[in-house]
Ligand binder design. Structure first.
Ligand code: ADP
Length: 606
C-alpha cells in the first residue's frame, strides 16, 4: 500500500536512531537521528561506525536478526557516552537476502535517573545508620522490624538479631502502660511528636527518651506498625538535674541567711523573699512575691531616696549601697530599724535587670545597746550609792548614840510626869518621833551595810502567814480587805527569813500607804517552772508608767518626809537580787499596783 519512499520519509522523521545493515555488516541506510548520533556512515562497517572497532561490537546480536529473530537489549555505547535501548529485527530483501534493521532509542536520561535513585537509597541507608538518634520500624504487635545501630547502642544491645526479638511492651518500656498510651495516640493522630517516655536498657537501667513517630500502613491501608526516632534524653535530664541542684543550692543559701534577702525586678515587683524576710517583716513569700511592690515596704518617700542613692557614686559605688541605716514598714504597719545593703543586677547587655537587698534587723542589737547603757548607768548609780552608803552609815552611827541618850532622857522624864498631865502627851509625841528616827537610822544602816544573812530552806507561805497574822488588825483598821491565796505546795526557797520578812512587810506597808481610803490587798503565791511567784497587789493610787523604773531607786519617795525616806524598795530589790530573784511592778495609776517577786525554788536532794 505504501511505497518505499514514503516509508523512508517516516523513518527520517523518527527521533530514535534507525539504520540497516546487510549480512556483511555494511551500513545500507541511516536515518537523520542515527546520522546525528554517529555521523554519516552508509557504506561503512557498522562496528567501525558505532564502536570505532575492527570487530563486531561486544553486544552484537545481528546473527539473531539474520536468522529471522527479533532481539532487544540495553547497550552502553562508550564512543558517544550514551545508553540505548536497541531493537533489532530481520528485514527480508526482494532478492531473498536478509538485512537487519536496528532502532537505537536513547535511554541515557532514564539510566541516569535510575543511577541517581540507586544512590539515594544508599544515602538513606547511610543516614539511617549514621544519624545521631535511634531510628526504628516496629510492628503493631510489638516487635522491631528494623533498628539502626544508634538505637542498639542507646539501649545496650550488641546484636541486631537479639534486638529484633524483644517484646517492646514488656522489654523496652519501663512502664508498659506508656506504650499503650503511645499506641492510642499515634493511631488516633497518625503521628506523635516528642513523646517523653522512659525505656529500659538491656541491663534493666532506665533511660529517658523523646519519641517521635508516625504510623505505617499496609497495602490495604490498615495500620501495620510504626516508624520513627528516639532521642536519648539522659544527658539533657542530667544537665537539667545539675541545673536544678545548682538552683536549689542557691535557693537554700538565700533561704538560710539570717538576714532578710529580697529582690525586685526593674518595675519594683518583688521576686525573691527569704525566710528571714518573712520573719523580720511579717509577710509570707506567698503573699508578697509578684503581688507587692518594693516601695510598699518603705516609709513614704524613702524608696525613691534609696533608688537615687543606688545610682550615685557616694554610697559604695554606682549600683551599690553599703550598710545604710534605714526603716522598713512591717505587715502590722510598725517600723523596724536596721541596715540595708543593696545592689543593682545588670544583664549581659549592661541594662538594669533587678535589684537585690539584704536587710540586717538591728532591733535586738539596739535593744542590747540600750540595756548596756542602762546597766552602765546602774553601775554608776551603785558606785554613787556605795559612797553615799558609807557616808550614811557614818552619820547613822554618829546619830545613834545621842539619839538613844535623848530617848533615855525622855523615858526618864516620862516616869516623873503623871499620866493625866498634859505635858505627858507632848512627851509621848517626842518619844514616838524619836523612835521613828531610830527606825529610820536602822533602815539607813541596813541599806548601807546589808547584813549577809544566813539562808536556809524555808516555806514562804509560812513567812507570809506570820506577817499577815500580825498585820491583819492594822489592815482592817485602815479599811483594807485582805485576800490571801497561797499555793498548796509552794516548795521551799533558800532564803533569809529576816530579809524576806522585811521585803514583804515593806511592800504591805507601801500598799497600805497607797490606800489611805481603804481598798483591798491580794497576797498570792504560786510555784511555776522552778520559781516561786509572790504577788502583792493593791487597789491604791498606783504608780505612773514613767515612775515605775524609779521606785526601786534609793531615796525615791513620793511620801512626805515624815512617812518615807525612799529606801524601802531599794533595800527590798537588793535583798531579792541577793536571793537570785527579781521584783517587777505593774500599775495602772488610780487603779492600784501589782508587785511580783520571783524567787528560785530550792532543789533539795530527795
Ligand atoms: P518609801 O516607802 O519610803 O517612799 P519605798 O522605796 O518603799 O520608799 O517606795 C518608793 C516609792 O514607791 C513610794 O514613795 C511610792 O511613791 C512608790 N510606791 C511603792 N509602793 C507603792 C504602792 N503599792 N502603790 C503606789 N506607789 C508605791
Amino acid at each position: 500500500m505504501y511505497d518505499s519512499h514514503s516509508l523512508f520519509q517516516v523513518l527520517e522523521a523518527i527521533e530514535d536512531g534507525i539504520y540497516i545493515i546487510n549480512q556483511e555488516y555494511t551500513v545500507e541506510y541511516m536515518n537523520k537521528a542515527m546520522v546525528k548520533l554517529f555521523g554519516e556512515g552508509v557504506g561503512r562497517k557498522c562496528y567501525r561506525l558505532i564502536n570505532c572497532s575492527n570487530r563486531t561490537c561486544p553486544w552484537c546480536r545481528a546473527y539473531e536478526a539474520f536468522s529471522g529473530k527479533q532481539a532487544s537489549m540495553e547497550v552502553d555505547v562508550p564512543t558517544v557516552g550514551k545508553s540505548f535501548q536497541v531493537l533489532s529485527m530481520p528485514l527480508k530483501n526482494s532478492d531473498g537476502t536478509v538485512s537487519k534493521l536496528s532502532v537505537y532509542k536513547d535511554i541515557s536520561l532514564r539510566k541516569q535517573q535510575e543511577a541517581k535513585l540507586k544512590s539515594t537509597e544508599a544515602d538513606y541507608r547511610r543516614l539511617f545508620e549514621n544519624v545521631g538518634c535511634g531510628v526504628f520500624v516496629s510492628s503493631k504487635e510489638g516487635k522491631f522490624l528494623d533498628a539502626n545501630s544508634e538505637l542498639l547502642r542507646m539501649l545496650g544491645y550488641e546484636s541486631k538479631e537479639e534486638f529484633l526479638e524483644i517484646d517492646i511492651g514488656r522489654d523496652l518500656y519501663l512502664r508498659p502502660k506508656d506504650r499503650k498510651a503511645f499506641q492510642e495516640r499515634i493511631e488516633r493522630e497518625g503521628r506523635v511528636v516528642d513523646y517523653e517516655v522512659d525505656f529500659k536498657r538491656k541491663d534493666g537501667t532506665a533511660i529517658p527518651v523523646l519519641l517521635t513517630g508516625s504510623v505505617r500502613h499496609d497495602a490495604s491501608g490498615r495500620i501495620a506498625g510504626y516508624e520513627g526516632i528516639n532521642v536519648d534524653q539522659s544527658q539533657r535530664k542530667a544537665m537539667e538535674n545539675e541545673l536544678k541542684e545548682a538552683h536549689d543550692f542557691l535557693n537554700r543559701v538565700i533561704q538560710s541567711s539570717p538576714n532578710a534577702i529580697m529582690a525586685a525586678d526593674m518595675k519594683g515587683n518583688i521576686i525573691i523573699w527569704n525566710h528571714a524576710a518573712e520573719e523580720i517583716l511579717g509577710y509570707t513569700s506567698r503573699e508578697i512575691i509578684n503581688k507587692m511592690h518594693i516601695t510598699d515596704l518603705y516609709p513614704e518617700g524613702l524608696a525613691y531616696k534609696v533608688m537615687k542613692m543606688l545610682r550615685s557614686e557616694q554610697y559604695g559605688g554606682q549600683g551599690r549601697l553599703n550598710s545604710y541605716p534605714i526603716f522598713f514598714v512591717r505587715k502590722d504597719s510598725s517600723l523596724i530599724e536596721g541596715n540595708l545593703s543593696a545592689t543593682i543586677i545588670y544583664d549581659a547587655g549592661g541594662r538594669e535587670a533587678a535589684s537585690v537587698g539584704t536587710f540586717v534587723d538591728l532591733e535586738e542589737q539596739l535593744a542590747m545597746e540600750r540595756k548596756l547603757h542602762q546597766t552602765q548607768q546602774q553601775l554608776l548609780n551603785s558606785e554613787k550609792l556605795a559612797a553615799m552608803g558609807r557616808l550614811t552609815s557614818q552619820i547613822a552611827h554618829e546619830l545613834n548614840n545621842p539619839l538613844y541618850g535623848i530617848m533615855n532622857a525622855l523615858e526618864l522624864t516620862k516616869t516623873e510626869i503623871p499620866p493625866e498631865n498634859k505635858r505627858r502627851r507632848i512627851l509621848d509625841m517626842a518619844l514616838s518621833e524619836t523612835e521613828r528616827l531610830t527606825e529610820m537610822l536602822r533602815k539607813m544602816l541596813t541599806f548601807s551595810k546589808p547584813e549577809r544573812a544566813e539562808k536556809v530552806p524555808l516555806d514562804v507561805n509560812e513567812v507570809l502567814d506570820e506577817i499577815l497574822l500580825l498585820y491583819g488588825k492594822q489592815l482592817r483598821e485602815n479599811s483594807i480587805k485582805l485576800n490571801a491565796s497561797f499555793d498548796a505546795e509552794p516548795g521551799l526557797v533558800l532564803g533569809s527569813k529576816e530579809q524576806l520578812r522585811q521585803v514583804f512587810l515593806n511592800m504591805i506597808n507601801n500598799a497600805r500607804d497607797a490606800m489611805p481610803e481603804g481598798g483591798s490587798l491580794d497576797v498570792m503565791t504560786s510555784a511555776r517552772d522552778g520559781r516561786l511567784l509572790i504577788t502583792i497587789a493593791d487597789t491604791g493610787i498606783g504608780v505612773r508608767k514613767k515612775d515605775i523604773a524609779k521606785i526601786f531607786d534609793s531615796f525615791y519617795t513620793t511620801k512626805d518626809s515624815v512617812k518615807g525616806v525612799g529606801l524601802g524598795l531599794s533595800v527590798c530589790y537588793g535583798f531579792i537580787k541577793d536571793h537570785g530573784g527579781n521584783i517587777e511592778c505593774e500599775s495602772e495609776p488610780g487603779h492600784g499596783a501589782t508587785f511580783t517577786i520571783s524567787l528560785p525554788l530550792f532543789e533539795h536532794e530527795k
